[in-house]
Design a protein around this ligand. Structure first.
Ligand code: GLU
Length: 398
């Protein structure tokens, strides 16, 4: 009999759907993936070379659970340069992907019954991680433009509130929180003594004149109660390499390292050496990719706006659109003799996959059931083909 803990859990919709789409592609089916948040560029050459060099020079053994000192120092230097944050190497824990860094943090701060606020729409794994820690996820709505609603957050606080998880730039909405709203949140966190888990994995993907602000840089108090979470997957096209990190108060990082020491131990040694090259040698590639993503965003926005009934705002970061598509839910299509109603976001996504061969993620997985998530880390040509097919498929609905 499997545990209640696992029975209560919902598998990751993004990872599951991506596995399904990969299998369809392996069977020779042509599927356009607007589903997974995975950049389509190659990992920069300097990172690949550093991996080879590390492997060939025997950097293949166990190392300290929290990471090799040169990588922790390189991360500390990055946090100082990019984010205005002062952390020592001991305040950093290197993990096997940003996902593990978030999970370590949740497991380290939560006792059973503690409440953790998450802002919807939110990435699929936060709620499940909180449940796995036997804490209680409290999902609050964001404001209409997908920015923080300080009022909604305030209304959700109880004497059991332990922490809030924020993600800026945001997956799945693309919202980039500004300094003002982060200041207001930092004040609220101080007043109610909450930890802040700040997931900043999309930090390098920001468009127009928007800027990334790390909430830990707002004040000494915010710094003392924030765990800054980040990873290499999105900025350096290192999704499969599984490398992420957390920086925060020394006692919490120590706890996270203890926990990691009993689960995965150190993240892959030679990948850590390659991570140093990513931080120190790849600014040009990161900027080139950012510019490519900005063009893709602009094109996708233009195409989404052209479809009646898809209400997409203009995301300032990451590579996602999260439009409301609920006006399609009462439409129908024919399947043989049967009339099938779209019904909900799941039905909408299933219809796009079946009729257009385009995969998108239903918003239920992100606590936003009237929406679907379109990811655009694909070429402009692929976006064009996918949107042409979506338009044609939606035109057939009655
Ligand atoms: N974070 C990416 C996404 O949301 C990758 C899959 C996952 O880990 O959830 O699509």
């Amino acid at each position: 009999m499997i545990s209640q803990r696992i029975k209560r859990m919902t598998p990751s919709a993004t990872s599951t759907l991506n596995g399904m789409v990969s299998e369809m592609k392996a069977r020779g089916e042509h599927v356009i993936s607007f589903n997974v948040g995975e950049p389509d560029f190659d990992t920069p050459a300097a990172v690949r070379e550093a991996l080879k060099e590390a492997t060939d020079t025997g950097k293949t053994r166990y190392v300290a659970v929290g990471g090799i000192t040169p990588l922790r120092e390189a991360i500390a230097a990055k946090l100082k340069k990019d984010n205005g944050l002062n952390y020592t190497a001991e305040q950093i824990c290197v993990s096997t992907g940003g996902k593990q860094a978030v999970f370590n943090a949740v497991m380290t701060i939560c006792d059973p019954g503690d409440e953790v606020i998450v802002v919807a729409p939110c990435w699929v794994s936060y709620v499940e991680m909180i449940k796995l820690a036997e804490a209680v996820p409290i999902v609050v709505e964001s404001a209409e433009d997908y920015h923080l609603s300080i009022n909604n957050i305030r209304a959700a606080i109880t004497n059991r509130t332990k922490a809030i998880i924020i993600n800026t730039p945001n997956n799945p909405t693309g919202a980039v929180y500004n300094e003002e709203e982060l200041k207001a949140l930092a004040e609220l966190a101080k007043e109610h003594e909450m930890y802040i888990l700040s997931d900043e994995i999309y930090e390098k993907l920001i468009y127009g004149d928007k800027k990334h602000v790390s909430i830990a840089s707002i004040s000494q108090d915010a710094y003392d109660r924030t765990i800054t979470l980040n990873g290499f997957a999105k900025a350096y096209c290192m999704t499969g390499w599984r490398l992420g990190y957390a920086a925060g108060p020394a006692d919490i990082i120590k706890g996270m390292i203890s926990f990691q020491g009993h689960s995965t131990s150190n993240s892959t040694t030679m990948v850590q050496w390659a991570g140093i090259a990513a931080l120190e040698k790849c600014d040009t590639e990161v900027e080139e990719m950012r510019q490519a993503f900005e063009k893709r965003r602009d094109y996708m926005k233009q195409r989404l706006d052209a479809v009646t009934g898809i209400k997409a705002g203009m995301p300032d970061g990451a590579f996602y659109f999260m439009p409301d598509v609920s006006c399609w839910f009462d439409k129908t299509y024919t399947d043989g003799d049967e009339n099938v109603k779209i019904g909900d976001a799941q039905g909408f996504s299933q219809y796009l996959l079946r009729e257009a061969g385009v995969a998108v993620v239903p918003g239920d997985a992100f606590e936003a059931p009237n929406t679907v998530r379109f990811a655009y880390p694909v070429s402009v040509e692929t976006i064009k083909e996918g949107m042409d097919k979506i338009e044609a498929a939606l035109a057939k609905l009655k």
